[in-house]
Design a protein around this ligand. Sequence first.
Ligand SMILES: *[C@@H]1O[C@H](CO)[C@@H](O)[C@H](O)[C@H]1NC(C)=O
Ligand SMILES: *[C@@H]1O[C@H](CO)[C@@H](O)[C@H](O)[C@H]1NC(C)=O
Ligand SMILES: [Zn+2]
Length: 448
Amino acid sequence: MTMSFNGFHRLYYIISIALLLQPPSAIAGDSILSRFQQYLQINTSHPSPNYHQAADFILSQAKSLSLESRTIEFVKNKPLILLKWPGKNPDLPSILLNSHTDVVPVEPHKWSHPPFDATIDPENGNIYARGSQDMKCVGLQYLEAIRKLKDSKFEPLRTIYVSFVPDEEIGGLDGAKRFANSKIFDEMNVGIVLDEGLASPEDKYRLFYAERRAMSLVIKATGAPGHGAKMYDNTAMENLLKSIESVRRFRASQFDLVKAGVKAEGEVISVNMVFLKAGTPSPTGFVMNLQPSEAQAGFDIRVPPIADHDQASLERRIAEEWAPASRNMTFEIRQFKQKDSGKPILTAYDSSNPWWTLIEEAIVKAKGKIGKPEIFPASTDARYFRMKGVHAIGFSPMANTPILLHDHNEFLNKEEYLKGIEVYESILKAFASFVEAKNGEDSLGDEL
Ligand SMILES: *[C@@H]1O[C@H](CO)[C@@H](O)[C@H](O)[C@H]1NC(C)=O
Ligand SMILES: *[C@@H]1O[C@H](CO)[C@@H](O)[C@H](O)[C@H]1NC(C)=O
Ligand SMILES: [Zn+2]
């Protein structure tokens, strides 16, 4: 936008008067919110996210905070912004605050407020925008917390890095995955990563120590084709339906555990059918008097971090019950590989991990409540850092908030947003000041 000099002066004058009429805390709150709105207004939705505009915005914020910055393009036109606040003791493992800049697409006509306007509803203070929960809130809350710490003359002992990565919503291959496996990342000597969590409809924040692994399964049935009028055994459709019934029983058994409150969503294996493919096409639809010789179905499966033998038993179930060769069935599995060690990938959430204790204490100190540690039901970039053996905690400070990520009318209340900044301020203070005990009972297991 361009503006004439006169226009600029008039605007400045109006802003000055507006500022004089408000108490200082309201002014600070307003500029914090307007920065959040500016970030939300940048359309970084797939399939063509405006990454450069987001990068420019973040770099301008970094400049105003006197943070060191670099732009890394592991893949051209997919910038990753890395900011650095050097600690007084650069030899200590650093802290990495990660967030992704991309958001999922929207269906604008299904929204009550335009998804890239970041309108604040004057009635209730809700900020409506794609990315308000997932996860532009977190990215800017990191920076606002740093702003507050700098204003209070806090000096970190450990170096704090802030990364803004592309492509999380399409798997992170050109973003966090390349980053976590880069020399740059190794040189950062990261001790703890914070990444995204989920909103909580209750008053308790949620902390995630692991996530379910995505698996996709396609099962195929074959059988003798025949007339639509004839009943005979072993048709492709019948063979496939037997499998689908078996999958459904398993799905129900897992879902029942969640419904009964025995297990959390992230602790069970979810199986959902996502496609069915069969039939012989005709100009008007499908040939109706012919039983086809092939039929297939596809499933999205999410598996909690489990040991190798449990994984093996799941694969056996698929081979023996869901797609048995004896029923002329075949299957294909695609999955995210666990580490070679065969151990589940997770971040310890007990006293063996001092970062976990620190974050819990820091949240409570900021007057936040915490639920019990959870497994993230879907995938996030945190898995790439955990695979490198680095602790990663999933956390988005949104309590009393409906879970609306990827949904229409995604919003975050402005009070929750501001509260989240105070929580991060408390966490960063604790993390950046933390010194491990060198010897004796308090020292870390892997240092002994
Ligand atoms: C946002 O960007 C997407 C492309 O990634 C585009 O399809 C959409 O129309 C844009 N929305 C607005 C409001 O500019
Ligand atoms: C498997 O396929 C063979 C060869 O087409 C057929 O003879 C047999 O009946 C089929 N078995 C089942 C269980 O579908
Ligand atoms: Zn996200």
